[in-house]
Design a protein around this ligand. Sequence first.
Ligand SMILES: [Zn+2]
Length: 92
Amino acid sequence: MKPQHRSHSLKKKKVKTPSGSNRIHFKSKKVKKSVCSSCGGILHGVPRKRPTELKKLAKTKKRPQRVFGGVLCAGCTEQKIKNKLRETNVNS
Ligand SMILES: [Zn+2]
C-alpha cells in the first residue's frame, strides 16, 4: 500500500482483477446529506462535498441565501418566523 493510501479518509474496496490477482481500489468517502436541525428533513441547496472541495466554493454556493439557510429547512424557517411574530404581538 502506498503511503498516500494509508489514510482513513479513503474508502477501500477489494477487487478481483480479470488476471486473478486481488487488489484494493481507493475512493474518497461520500458526504452524508445535510439535514434540518429541527425536523431532520434533507436540506436543499447544500452541496454534498468533502471539506477540501467545499473550501473551493463561494460562500453563496454552500447554502441558501435566507435566514437559517443551511441549518433549517424552508418549512421550519417559516414556522419559526411565524411563531416569533406571534410571540411579539402578544407581548405588545
Ligand atoms: Zn425542518
